[in-house]
Design a protein around this ligand. Structure first.
Ligand code: ATP
Length: 200
């Protein structure tokens, strides 16, 4: 990436507040590329990504209309370690390539800063695309309560999703900036304003 555009990876575990941070940044006019959105785009009906998934997992992962049956794919992929690794190897390289293309477009258009928002930035090997990484984090109990309230999921279900991610202590050691979101939203926004002023 050209030196004149700063690329910031934005990540955090389940319920940490990535969406709250992304929304705030977008509201302030910052450019964001969302890995979840890119992940949906690369397996849209008719895409090469979807064809590759079908070649590997079979047409049972398709809905009647030809779109991807995400629930079915998740069921298959979480059943065995091998299936999960296969899914990741099909998806991650494509996500990274597409994010790279989108980032290059913004750089060519003269953008000075760009955020790559990715829940699995570290796990999926995307951190290398960023000049620096900002981690959103909050105490585990708080994250759990927030997700419980938001998604109406059981504690056991949320804990199993947390366990599938890199522990927050490890992420903190890898991040350049840690944004603690254990307090209220007003506090989060004030912290963000300070960090933006310091780093951009
Ligand atoms: P996920 O990875 O699970 O999608 P996320 O990191 O995007 O989560 P958010 O969706 O931003 O997290 O936050 C989780 C929930 O907590 C949301 O319902 C959000 O509105 C709420 N929330 C986020 N930050 C705060 C805060 N500082 N105070 C109160 N509620 C918050």
């Amino acid at each position: 990436m050209a030196a004149n555009m700063k690329v910031i990876g934005l990540t955090g575990g389940i319920g940490s507040g990535k969406t709250a941070v992304s929304d705030y940044l977008a509201e302030k006019g910052y450019i964001l590329i969302d890995a979840d959105e890119v992940a949906r785009e690369i397996v849209a009906p008719g895409s090469e990504g979807l064809a590759e998934l079908v070649a590997h997992f079979g047409s049972g992962i398709l809905l009647e209309g030809g779109g991807l049956d995400r629930a079915r794919l998740a069921e298959i992929a979480f059943a065995t370690e091998g299936a999960r690794a296969a899914l990741n190897s099909i998806m991650h390289a494509r996500i990274i390539r597409r994010m790279g293309e989108l980032a290059a477009g913004h750089r060519d258009a003269g953008a000075k800063a760009l955020f790559l928002a990715a829940p699995l930035l570290f796990e999926a090997g995307m951190a290398g695309m960023a000049d620096e990484v900002w981690l959103v984090d909050a105490d585990e109990g708080i994250r759990l309560e927030r997700v419980k309230k938001r998604d109406n999921l059981s504690e056991a279900h949320i804990r199993s999703r947390m366990a599938a991610q890199m522990p927050s202590g490890e992420k903190r050691a890898l991040a350049d900036v840690v944004i603690d979101n254990s307090g209220g939203l007003g506090e989060l926004y004030r912290k963000l304003d300070d960090i933006l002023r310091e780093r951009l």
